[in-house]
Design a protein. Structure first.
Length: 289
């Protein structure tokens, strides 16, 4: 009966603090928040029943689920005088901050990405007794936040010859998008996928600047696109615009050609200054004289 009471007490401690039984415990926060592109620290401390411990010690971090989740960090210390040497650091973005010999397994996660928003579990293993392996069961949920960012803004035409603008932004929480610009445009559909949101503006009829604004609790961002619709003139005006310049050029060309021809016919050719003087013709007798 006493043993059953001890088991129930141990289970009660596990449910309240993660893992705690027979002098062992693991302490982690339930949630940690980090900003996209920056670093965040995941705290983890533990206790064990030994006054001193000089055997090999292994620190492990895994994601998604306890005990069977993917290992993203692991280090091993062979003795109390040796630092914990890193054996696994997925993508080299996890660094040990704490000292496992001082019961601290805290790590740093660098350059946060959207995919880092997972649940993390820390684990300590002491060489020797098979029971000397303890892991946080509830883990730490890492929330990745970000101010809005416009990632794409375009104007396109559809089959019915109408134009629409489209804006895509990302952020966490997912940002709210609004369009501003010339009037008489119809709000289109809004779609979202995780931290990314897309909003359309349909039936663009007025030239001008159209601005997309994204807002969430961490900031705002804006992007703009300029729309100018081509308008063809009526046929008579179009023909005038084409043929009048051509007619002017033809008249100018005829004037130039006429002037050139007239200049060549009216001017007598002057003798060349380089021609030699001619000698008078004579017979043998005249030349003899």
């Amino acid at each position: 009966m006493r043993e059953l009471g001890l088991v129930l007490l141990c289970l009660l401690r596990i449910s309240r603090k993660g893992v705690q039984c027979n002098g062992w415990s693991v302490h982690v926060p339930s949630d940690v928040t980090g900003e996209l592109g920056k670093m965040v620290i995941l705290p983890c401390t533990f206790t064990h029943p030994y006054k001193t411990f000089d055997r090999a010690l292994t620190a492990i971090w895994r994601i998604k689920e306890p005990y069977n989740g993917t290992v993203i960090f692991k280090c091993v210390s062979q003795s109390s005088s040796e630092l914990c040497k890193t054996a696994i650091s997925h993508k080299n973005k996890y660094k040990l901050l704490g000292n496992p010999r001082h019961k601290d397994l805290s790590i740093r996660v660098d350059n946060l990405t959207w995919s880092d928003g997972e649940r993390y579990f820390c684990r300590v293993e002491l060489a020797g007794d098979i029971q000397d392996k303890y892991e946080s069961r509830n883990g730490i949920k890492l929330h990745v936040i970000a101010a809005p960012r416009i990632i794409n803004i375009t104007v396109s035409s559809s089959r019915d010859h109408t134009f629409q603008a489209r804006c895509t932004a990302e952020g966490e929480p997912a940002p709210a998008l609004t369009w501003t610009g010339p009037p008489y445009s119809n709000p289109g559909s809004t779609s979202s996928s995780g931290h990314r949101v897309t909003k359309e503006l349909r039936s663009l009829t007025h030239d001008g600047k159209y601005t997309c604004t994204a807002v969430n609790s961490h900031g705002r961002a804006e992007g703009a696109v300029y729309f100018y619709k081509f308008r063809a003139s009526d046929s008579s005006s179009f023909m005038i615009l084409i043929f009048v310049p051509l007619g002017i050029k033809a008249v100018i060309l005829l004037v130039i050609l006429s002037f050139t021809i007239f200049s060549r016919e009216g001017s007598p050719s002057a003798p060349s200054s380089l021609a030699r003087p001619q000698l008078p013709e004579c017979t043998y007798e005249n030349c003899d004289r």
